[in-house]
Write a protein that binds this ligand. Structure first.
Ligand code: ATP
Ligand code: MG
Length: 432
C-alpha cells in the first residue's frame, strides 16, 4: 500500500524498475562518506538498499543533507539506477532526503551486529533490538506459528474461545501463582485456562481452542522459563488421550510445514535447519528403560529433567511423544489409565530436547475427581464450581497445551526463550 512516506518497500524494488522515481523510508543502517561520494544504506522491514550521492551527479545541497547518525529515520525520494556492482543490482540516486525525526539520544548498541550486544541490553531496548533483522525474523516465524495453529483448529471445526486471566483459585494446584487485589477479595493471575476450557466442553461446545496469556510465579531463572507465556490450548469432547495426541501431532506437523513454506528467509537468517520430522510415541515406562540403559539413574515416579528430555530426543526421535506418566507427577485432573492404575492418560511432546506441550485425558467422573484433588494435597471445596459441573452431564474429554515461546525457540534455533517473547517477563524483568 502506498502512503505519504513510501511508494515501495525496499524489498519490492527490482532492476527492471530502472529510471523510475520512488519514495522509500526507513532507518540509516550504515553511512559512509569517502570524499566525493556519500553512501547511505537504508533499511526497512524488507531489506536494505544503497543510496548514492556522487559529486557532480547529485546536487550539493542533497549531498550535504546526507549526514546524519546511523539509525536516523529518513525518507528518500530518488531514481532507481541499475548497477551491476551493487549487491542488489541497483541503487537509488537521491532527489530529496528528509530526516523525519532527528535523533536526540545515542543508540545503546550497534544494530548492524558488528559489535555483539548483551541480551539484557538488547531487551532493555527492545524497540532498537527489533531493528535487527534476526530479531524480526523470530517474530515473523512466531506469527506464522500462531496463524497455522488457528487455521488448523478452525479447519478441524474447533471454536476459538477466550478465558479469564483473573481467577479465584489455582488451576494447576501448587503455589506458583501471582496474587492480585480484587476489590475486597484476593484473586490470582491464571496459570492455565484448564478449568475453563473443560467447562466449555461440559457446555457442549465439543471442540474449543484458545491462544491465551498465562502467568507462572515460578522462581527459577533458566533459558527455558518465563513468568508470562502464551499458551495455545485445545480441548476435545468425547475423546481420550490418544485422540488428543493425534490432533497435537497433526497440528505441530502443519506448523512445521507452514513455517518452512512462509519463512524460508527468516529460517536461513537464523541458521535454523527446520525439517520435516517423524514424531515417535513411547510410554513413560519405555522412556525409563531407555534412560537407564543410557546411563541415567531414574526410578518410576520421577519426572524428567532437561537432561532426560535431551537424551530421549537424541535416542528416540527429535520430536517425541511420551505418554502415560505416573499420576503422582501430573495435575489432579489427569485420568488414571484403565489397565495400569499407577499411570494416567497424560502425555508430553518433546522437541529437540525440550518439553513443548503437555496434555491428558481429563477425569470426568466427579467422585474420582474429588479423590484425586485430595490425593494431590488440594482442597475440593476450592474447586466447587468446577467439581459440581462434572455432576451435570460431563462427557469424557482430553486436550493439550502448547507453549508458544518454547515452540518458537526450537523452530527458530534460538538459545534463550527471552528472545521469543516480544517483551519478556522473567524473575527480574518487568520493563519495558
Ligand atoms: P516445565 O516442567 O518444562 O517447566 P510444565 O510441565 O510446568 O513445564 P505445563 O504446565 O505443562 O508446563 O505447561 C504447558 C506448556 O507451556 C509447556 O509444555 C511449555 O511449552 C509451556 N510452559 C509452561 N511453563 C512455562 C514457562 N515457565 N516458561 C515457558 N514456557 C512454559
Ligand atoms: Mg508439562
Amino acid at each position: 500500500m502506498k502512503t505519504l512516506y513510501r511508494t515501495d518497500y525496499v524489498g519490492d524494488i527490482t532492476p527492471d524498475m530502472d529510471g523510475q522515481t520512488v519514495v522509500v523510508s526507513g532507518w540509516v543502517h550504515e553511512i559512509r562518506n569517502i570524499g566525493k561520494i556519500v553512501f547511505i544504506l537504508l533499511r526497512d522491514r524488507t531489506g536494505i538498499i544503497q543510496i548514492i550521492g556522487k559529486e557532480g551527479v547529485v546536487n550539493d545541497d542533497i549531498i550535504k543533507s546526507m549526514s546524519m547518525p546511523k539509525e536516523s529515520v529518513i525518507m528518500v525520494r530518488g531514481v532507481i539506477k541499475k548497477n551491476q556492482e551493487s549487491k542488489s543490482g541497483f541503487e537509488i540516486i537521491p532527489l530529496e532526503i528528509t530526516n523525519l525525526n532527528p535523533l536526540e539520544l545515542m543508540m545503546p548498541f550497534e544494530v548492524t551486529g558488528k559489535v555483539p550486544a548483551d541480551i539484557d541490553v538488547r531487551l532493555d531496548n527492545r524497540h532498537i533490538d527489533l531493528r535487527r533483522l534476526e530479531t524480526t525474523s523470530i517474530f515473523k516465524i512466531q506469527s506464522t506459528i500462531l496463524n497455522s495453529f488457528r487455521n488448523t483448529m478452525l479447519k478441524e471445526k474447533f471454536t476459538e474461545i477466550r478465558t479469564p486471566s483473573l481467577v479465584e483459585a489455582a488451576t494447576e494446584g501448587g503455589s506458583d501463582l501471582f496474587e492480585v487485589e480484587y476489590f475486597e477479595k484476593k484473586a490470582f493471575l491464571a496459570q492455565s485456562p484448564q478449568l475453563y476450557k473443560q467447562l466449555s466442553i461440559i457446555g457442549g461446545m465439543d471442540r474449543v481452542f484458545m491462544i491465551v496469556p498465562v502467568f507462572r510465579a515460578e522462581k527459577h531463572n533458566t533459558i527455558y522459563h518465563l513468568n508470562e507465556i502464551t499458551q495455545m490450548d485445545a480441548e476435545i469432547g468425547f475423546a481420550d488421550h490418544n485422540d488428543a495426541i493425534r490432533m497435537l501431532k497433526n497440528t505441530v506437523k502443519r506448523i512445521f510445514s507452514d513455517v518452512a513454506t512462509n519463512n524460508n528467509a527468516d529460517l536461513k537468517r537464523l541458521n535454523s535447519r527446520l525439517k520435516e520430522e517423524k514424531i515417535k510415541e513411547i510410554t513413560y515406562k519405555k522412556a525409563l528403560s531407555i534412560l537407564n540403559s543410557e546411563g541415567h539413574e531414574i526410578e518410576f515416579g520421577q519426572d524428567f529433567s532437561r537432561e532426560h528430555e535431551e537424551t530421549l530426543c537424541s535416542v528416540v526421535s527429535n520430536v517425541l511423544i511420551v505418554k502415560e506418566f505416573p499420576s503422582s507427577v501430573r495435575a489432579f485432573y489427569s485420568m488414571p489409565n484403565e489397565k495400569d492404575k499407577q499411570v494416567c492418560n497424560s502425555f508430553d511432546m518433546l522437541y529437540n530436547g525440550l518439553e513443548i506441550s503437555s496434555g491428558a485425558q481429563r477425569i470426568h467422573i466427579p467422585s474420582m475427581l474429588i479423590q484425586s484433588i485430595k490425593e494431590h494435597g488440594l482442597n475440593p471445596e476450592n474447586f466447587d464450581f468446577y467439581v459440581n459441573a462434572f455432576k451435570q452431564g460431563s462427557p469424557p474429554h482430553a486436550g493439550w497445551s502448547l507453549g508458544l515461546e518454547r515452540l518458537t525457540m526450537k523452530i527458530a534455533n534460538v538459545h534463550n526463550i527471552r528472545e521469543c517473547s516480544l517483551f519478556p517477563r522473567d524473575r527480574v524483568r518487568l520493563k519495558p
